[in-house]
Design a protein around this ligand. Structure first.
Ligand SMILES: N[C@@H](CCC(=O)N[C@@H](CS)C(=O)NCC(=O)O)C(=O)O
Length: 219
């Protein structure tokens, strides 16, 4: 198979982009990064040049160039599926369908029930049009992380990764969400399983190289 040329539109602190960086690193696939700053100058993701790439004006986006054709993928779950289907090894899902479903459910708690409530646009809407102060916004942020983590903590038994002896989509979602929690000083010390799985994953070069501080646009 000819390997497509990949360009990831990323922001170092974006946890959705972090998931995709981990997946590409685990698969050993090369990619270029084009940083898109979410705060500078009103947000580069809102500029016309980026809107052409991603009509939703969010990161990540993944440009796939192959045989003279350039296609853009958006939405990290859809991008991760494309990565898994295009580069099947190492697999990011277990073989057993029940286990696959468990992994997907942990990923979905993060991607569908925590992250969408806490992204930049939502927090700005709380602060701006809804007139909420920093204290209320921080409480909101912590509430949704802790609510999701309470469920995930009961669903995993690190061995050493969230769902067994290999990193899966569960770890790809969990680790960036833990980074976000720490950045916003959300108390998570009472989730020892989540912390153990995160620590194990971060020992892997693929995760460490995807971390916000290792990015070319890190500040
Ligand atoms: N469901 C989307 C979420 C993407 C998303 O919200 N990305 C954030 C950064 S982590 C973003 O671009 N926020 C910009 C904004 O909310 O204006 C995905 O998983 O790709």
């Amino acid at each position: 198979m000819t390997i497509p040329q990949l360009t990831l539109y990323s922001y170092f602190r974006s946890s959705a982009a972090f998931r995709v960086r981990i997946a590409l690193n685990l698969k050993g696939v090369a990619y270029d990064i084009v940083p898109v700053h979410l705060l500078r100058d009103g947000g580069e993701h809102r500029k016309d040049w980026y809107k052409v790439i991603n009509p939703q004006m969010r990161v990540p986006s993944l440009a796939v160039e192959h045989g003279g054709e350039r296609r853009i993928l958006i939405q990290s779950p859809a991008i991760l599926e494309w990565i898994e289907e295009t580069f099947p090894r190492p697999a990011l899902l277990p073989h057993d369908p029940i286990e696959r479903s468990r992994v997907r459910s942990i990923a979905a708690i993060v991607a569908c029930d925590i992250h969408p409530l806490n992204n930049v646009g939502v927090l700005n809407y709380l602060k701006g049009p809804l007139g909420q102060g920093q204290e209320a916004v921080s409480a909101w942020y912590a509430h949704w992380i802790r609510t999701g983590f309470e469920a995930i903590e009961q669903m995993i038994a690190p061995a050493p990764y969230a769902c067994g002896d290999r990193p899966t989509l569960a770890d790809l979602h969990l680790v960036p969400q833990v980074f976000n929690a720490r950045r916003f000083k959300v108390p998570i010390d009472d989730f020892p399983r989540i912390l153990a799985a995160t620590e194990a994953a971060m020992m892997l070069e693929a995760f460490a190289r995807a971390a916000p501080e290792a990015q070319p646009d890190a500040e």
